[in-house]
Design a protein around this ligand. Sequence first.
Ligand code: RM4
Ligand code: MN
Ligand code: MN
Length: 396
Amino acid sequence: MRTKLSEKIYRALDGFRVEIPSWGFANTGTRFGKFIQAAAATNTEEKFSDAGQVHAVTGICPTVALHVLWDLPNGPASVSDVLHFASRFGVRPGSINPNLFQDQIYKFGSFGNPDESVRGEALQHSKTSIQIAKQLASRDVSFWFIDGSNYPGTANIRERKRLFEDYLQRIHAELAPDQRMLIEYKPFEPAFYHTDIADWGMALHFARAAGPQAKVLVDTGHHYASQNIEQIVAWLLSEGMLGGFHFNDRRYADDDLTLGSIDPYQVFRIFHEILYFEWETSGGAEIAYTIDQSHNLKGKIEAMIQTVNMAQELFAKACLVDYRRLSQAQKKSELVEAECCLQDAFATDVRPAIREWRASNSVPEDPMQAFRDSGYLERISVERASRNMSSVSSYA
Ligand code: RM4
Ligand code: MN
Ligand code: MN
């Protein structure tokens, strides 16, 4: 017999899916070095295999975000391999991430580069990425740019803005009607003086300049400390411009720590703004929830399961906010009452209801335990150990 509370949670969880990143399963590191894990995935096939494990035990990760250069090393010629891995391991390709930062030509930027031939290469790679997305039936192509400069006076900021408007429009023209391009912002790193798409306002401007299928992608780690991320989310929702998220947690900069490990209330507040918006507008917001984490110290598959569980739990808590009570309290400026609406929901233990939901969806009640019991980790640790000593993916 379901209670009213678990009824609410069931409905919310039925519609909640999280995309996991292929790069979260490979050996990656910091710019100071890499700690190799014997069990890390060494190729695209192994990344799909690991992602399939996460989906099998959680039931809510049916898609994998792919990086074109890392996961499709032969470009469009790798598409058939990816489709084969997808059907073999039971997870579909998700968002496609062009790589406009790793090649030597991008030293001074991609679309903002003063050299027209480099901009041309970046455009060509973007077009190829969109082509790949079409062949994989991926809706979203996510763009993140390193473009910026390190020293005052070294870049023409206005000219670079104009170039970005121009090239993003050209990319937009390549999209199929059902595709979207997501524009990610980041205030610093690798550029440390100015970044061409430094914040959500700039990303919003560029998305509008590009065309109607361009939206903003919010990476939770890409903000200055203490910035109010849920306000950014609320504004983008109200403008119809929120395309998706890259989830991770942080204390200092773009730390890419496990979601909710430092500040679970932050993630709850983001989900709350989305669900409150949906309640007010009686409509579903079209938002891609994606994890952008690659763990250097934690076991990669365990860390991914932990992250997905946390996202699910915080989403379930957020759906418990009493919106009617909240909007009444807000209208009357009953501050303590309004704040308690959020705090009551956040304090609710949703884990029993989530376990029930899993059982009724034929998913293990405890995904982490199920993964540990499966023996998968022990098997791949042996199989991949020697290859891992020689293969290390890069990660910005
Ligand atoms: C960036 C950003 C992008 C990711 C790269 C590798 O910091 O978060 O989404 O693709 O790192
Ligand atoms: Mn990101
Ligand atoms: Mn990042």
